[in-house]
Design a protein around this ligand. Structure first.
Ligand code: HEM
Length: 476
């Protein structure tokens, strides 16, 4: 571990002493280190961590920034001193048109209130109901799969998790919108990825082709959200889901949530909840599809625990290896590959002064692949999680869902969904990755496989191809 140099904080109003600046890559005038970041963010951050250690100082144009690689420092930012930081605008300025003031991007009293309102939708008996929805939609998807086919499992997982999120959280059927959401979600993500690598901010209003696609995409997603809200308002049935929590909420003066805020919350949950879980599953299939021994053990566990019946949430404690596969896949390919914060007051981290306005990067991609915490860090070995590894690790060496008060609100929902989907698919099919179609991780807000993940399907041994295990609710 690189030693941290204790140093005196900035003198009030004065320039920092030279020794108080953390080491970091030399940058260009005006641009600072933006060029390195623009070329290849994953390689740039990894190289910085290897060369400069626990705290790396950099400049992103005019923005002072630090990359934090020490779990204790990360804990200090996300938990102990969380009041001194907000989600940083360097990262999120790219996405405000999409997420507005939803839970992911809001701060302060508004965030606190909205988080309190949303929380009950992610706990208790509701999870059992979501479990049934998850398994049913997976079964319906599998009815369209055939042994011998080659498929892009990323596209499949995106559609599946969208159907699940829409029905579980908003009671909405989005069949007719699946293609639109897929296409527009893709256009929006690509534009955001391009913006991360751009040296300057170009306002949305400038009519670049990517901007036009981005704005059109947002408008179409907004139309879908507006329809979901309209349908709910016209529906006399009493619902108990996330949407009803949000729509029934009243402020101190008895007023309901304004439509704009509802739009922001629904779009945030739909996108944040769908894409990340789809990626956790997609990267799992990508890795399983290259490791027949993992595939065999997964198939054996599913057979032993379920014996051919559909899984339920009560089976999850016994689907241990299934869970370990997901934990390990999110270690190697964390869907949220980087988190950003911004200091709202002058602070200190690891002995270094952190002036107000500094951007902090925390990069699960680097931590999860560090030999400091994981033996053979590049190897896909789900069984590494069998023993006490999770307990022995420093708390913030593995953080696929972040941590502290702003930890992912959907983490239990996502883990449950990933295990149930993985088990339901593995009951019927074995997937082999097609190496002729290489995969390139594309770091946008999330870590996507550029070009998809193409796999060949084989019927699981002992399972007749196309065996019908449909859930009752989808049967004709
Ligand atoms: C494997 C799947 C998922 C991963 C890896 C993931 C990851 C994350 C991470 C790392 C954060 C914290 C970001 C930060 O601190 O800056 C976060 C926040 C959030 N996630 Fe997830 N997430 C997943 C699934 C979900 C699901 C299923 C939902 C909702 C249905 C969801 C909704 C949210 C929301 C609303 C926030 C903001 C919470 C707040 O600030 O209070 N996520 N997620």
């Amino acid at each position: 571990m690189a030693a941290k140099v204790a140093s005196s904080p900035y003198a009030r109003g004065g320039a920092p002493a030279a020794r108080s600046r953390p080491p970091g890559p030399p940058g260009l005038p005006i641009l600072g280190n933006l060029l390195g970041l623009a070329r290849d963010p994953l390689a740039f951050y990894t190289d910085c961590a290897e060369r400069y250690g626990d705290i790396v100082g950099m400049r992103l144009g005019g923005w002072p920034a630090l990359l934090l690689n020490d779990p204790d420092d990360i804990e200090s930012v996300l938990v102990k001193q969380h009041r001194s930081y907000v989600r940083n605008s360097f990262f999120w300025r790219h996405v405000t048109a999409v997420f507005g003031n939803g839970l992911l991007t809001s701060e302060g009293a508004l965030w606190q209130r909205q988080r309190r309102l949303a929380a009950p939708a992610f706990t208790g008996p509701r999870l059992t109901r979501y479990g049934e929805t998850m398994v049913a939609h997976t079964g319906a998807m599998l009815d369209t799969w055939k042994a011998g086919e080659i498929r892009d499992v990323h596209a499949d997982m995106m559609v599946l998790t969208l159907r699940i999120a829409a029905e579980s959280l908003f009671g909405a059927v989005v069949e007719e919108d699946v293609e639109t959401i897929k296409r527009d979600g893709d256009a929006i993500t690509r534009e955001i990825a391009a913006r991360f690598t751009r040296l300057f901010v170009i306002p949305d209003i400038v009519p670049l082709p990517g901007h036009l696609r981005y704005r059109r995409g947002i408008r179409r997603l907004e139309a879908i959200v507006a329809r979901i809200l309209r349908q709910r308002r016209a529906d006399p049935e009493v619902h108990s889901d996330l949407l009803s929590n949000l729509m029934q909420a009243r402020d101190e003066t008895g007023q309901p949530m304004p439509d704009r805020q509802l739009r922001d919350e629904v779009l945030t949950m739909l996108l944040a909840g769908q894409e990340t879980t789809a990626l956790a599953l997609t990267w799992s299939w990508y890795l399983i599809g290259q490791h027949p021994e993992v595939d065999a053990r997964l198939g054996a566990e599913v057979e032993a625990v379920l014996g051919g019946r559909a899984p339920t949430i009560d089976d999850l404690p016994r689907l241990r290896y299934t869970g370990q596969v997901i934990t390990e896949a999110m270690r190697l390919f964390p869907p949220a590959w980087a988190l950003g914060r911004e200091a709202t007051v002058d602070c200190e981290i690891g002995g270094y002064p952190v002036p107000k306005g500094t951007t902090l990067f925390i990069c699960p991609w680097i931590l999860h692949r560090s030999a400091r915490f994981f033996d053979e860090p590049a190897a896909f070995r789900p069984e590494r999680w069998e023993g006490s590894l999770a307990k022995d690790l420093p708390r913030f060496a593995y953080l696929p869902f972040g941590g502290g008060p702003r930890i992912c609100i959907g983490n239990r929902f996502a883990l449950m969904e990933a295990s149930l989907v993985l088990a339901t698919v593995a009951q019927r099919f074995s997937l082999t990755w097609q190496a002729s179609r290489p995969v390139i991780p594309l770091p946008s807000i999330t870590l996507r496989p550029d070009g998809g993940v193409w796999v060949k399907l084989a019927a699981r041994a002992g399972t007749p191809a196309g065996a019908n295990r449909r859930e009752a609710r989808f049967q004709a």
